[in-house]
Structure formats: structure tokens, C-alpha cells
Write a protein of this length. Sequence first.
Length: 323
Amino acid sequence: MITLKKHTSQILVHILFWMLFIFVSLFVFSQYYWRENPFLQYLSILVVIVYANNYLLLPFFIKKRLYILYVFVFAVISFFATQLYCNVFAQCGCSIMKCLSDYLWQTLVPLIFFSFVWMLYRFLDKQDEVEHIKQEHLEMELKFLKSQINPHVLFNNLNTIYSYALEKPNETPELILMLSDNLKHVLYESNSETISLEKEIQFIDNYITFQTIRTEGVKHINYSKSISSYQNQIAPLLLITIIENTFKHSTLNSDISVSITEKNGILECVCMNDYDKDKVSNEAFKIGLQNLEKRLKLIYKENYKLDISKDDRYKVYLKLKLS
């Protein structure tokens, strides 16, 4: 579709230029180009020169990077084309300098104009290629980052189910059902570029419930949310990275705080937990947040804020402008 529009615009540019050029030549400069000078006969040769330049000379010399040689050939073609018009078509008997002074512009204007148009569209094509490559790279990197998240979520949940299968088998079916819902979200719904905030929050609700059961008697969880509109769109599996880290790296018998608010399309997620300061430098501690920041840069660019503080408690603050 874009290519069709580009070709259509090129055709329109060419048609409009030739119409304007003929009008100016025949009516504005009528003393040079009216009946006594067979301009329309020369026009056919001029069209051949212009499109030979566009489709043969320009691509060849630009590809070979023979810019100086091209300028020389361009000048030679313009000179001889003007002399051809003066001495063969117009038969004006002018001197070389007079001929160039009066008629050179008619050859130079279309040659220069269409050379510029050719280079402009070539530049736009190159930009499209670069953007296409960037987009492919972006999609590949996002898929890679998400592939690192998916097994991580599954691994944690399976560990919990295994523990409960041994200690509290009666509660295992409920956990399996929760795991099924979460896997559906991770494996299918998260394949979209964005999903509704409602689905993402539901996934987080399930995860928090899962972790509350898992850490009962070991950690105290304070989870709060305030959402004004669940219809906003968000990139999937962003918030879970912060929340997972909060549970994974919190110390035993500690408090965990997770707060999610959304108002006027601005989402804020704040997670706080007690932590072992000796493990802060551990790469395993940081990798989840590093992947999160990469995804944020790729998807949200300037429309996010991520702050990490390490005072008495480990705190991660994420602010997003939702679509």
C-alpha cells in the first residue's frame, strides 16, 4: 500500500512538472519558444535525455560513486543538448555563449529537477529499509526478552505446586487451576503487542493470590490497587517482572508491599520489600529489572519512568503512559 502511494506520488510529480514546464516555455517565454522555435519537437528529445539520466546514468554513477565523473557527463549532456536545440531545431544562428545564455536553462531545469526527485525518493526508500530492519530487530529483541520471562513465571509456579502437593494436597487443584489461567495469559494473550489493562491486572491478581498461599506464615503481603479504567492498553508482562523480583529477593519474615494505581491513562506501580544488602550486587538479582528496562526503552521510549532505590527497603517505582 505504501509502495503504491509512493509510485502514484512520483507519477503525479512528473506529470505536474512537465505541464508547468511546457506552459512556462510556450507562454511565459514566448519570445524564445513560440511558433518560430519548434520547442515541442525538441521536447521529445529532452524527455529521452531526462529519463535516460534517471534510469541509466544516475543509478550507474551513484552505485559506482563516480560523482565527479557524473557531474562532468551531466555538464557535457546539457551543453550539447542546448547546442542541438539552437543549431538544429531553432536554427537561430546564435553564438555558443548566446545560445547557452538563452536556452541552457530549458535543458538544465528538467535534468536537475528530476535528478533531485530521483535522489529524494532513493533516500526515502533507504529510510524505509532502515526502519524495516529496525522494526524487525525490535520485534526479535522483544520476543527474546519475553521468552526469558515466560519460563521464569512457569518455574516459580511449578515449584509452589510441587511444595503444596507434598504438604497440602487438598489445595493443589486450586493452584493448578490458577497456574492454568496464568499460562493461558503468558502463552497466548501476551503474544499481542498490547493487551487490555484488565487482563494484565487479572493475571497479577492471580499471581499475588498464588504467592500469598505460597508464603503464608513466612511473609506478610500488602497488595493494593486503584484502577479508574481497565480498557487502557499495556504491553504484556511488564509489571510481573517487578512483582516477581519483590517476592523472589525479599527476606524471610518480612513485609512485601505492591501498589498499582491508574488514573487518566497514567499507571504507577510501586513495589517494596526487605532485602539482603549483600545480594544487591548479584547479577541474578538485577537481570529481571535489566530486561524490564530494555523492554520499556523499546516500547515506551520517553513515556515511562523507572526508579530503583536501595535504602532501608528495596523500592522499585514504575510510571507508564498507557495507550
